[in-house]
Ligand binder design. Sequence first.
Ligand SMILES: [Zn+2]
Length: 133
Amino acid sequence: MNTDRLEDPQRQRLREHLEAILIRSEKATSWHDEAARLRGLVNHEGYVPVRTRLAGVDLDFLAGAREDLLRFSELGLRLLDLHQPRDAGGITSDAAHPILRCRSCMWRWPCPTFRAISDSFSASPETVLPESA
Ligand SMILES: [Zn+2]
């Protein structure tokens, strides 16, 4: 039996949904540089009037961006809650650095799920938050 061919239909639907978000996001125009420029134009009421041209792919992205990002944030937080290190117990020659394992998947810490999250969010300059005023 070839276990590589087994596929869970729910997993497949989720994968297709996530791929659609990825494609929609990649097609949309990045507002990173424009947002930095506009930040300096915020008026005393806390707003900046914006007049811009949006392509259809940008509207596709903006229509679901907030909900998508909220879901991704919640997903990330849930995964971080699930995948935490714990002392694996047992005897170690290095008491200062005990062997840790993930309390959820039991891989040696940092587990592949945590590394995937860390790789996704640690390297992106887009994740740098603006300094609060
Ligand atoms: Zn884990």
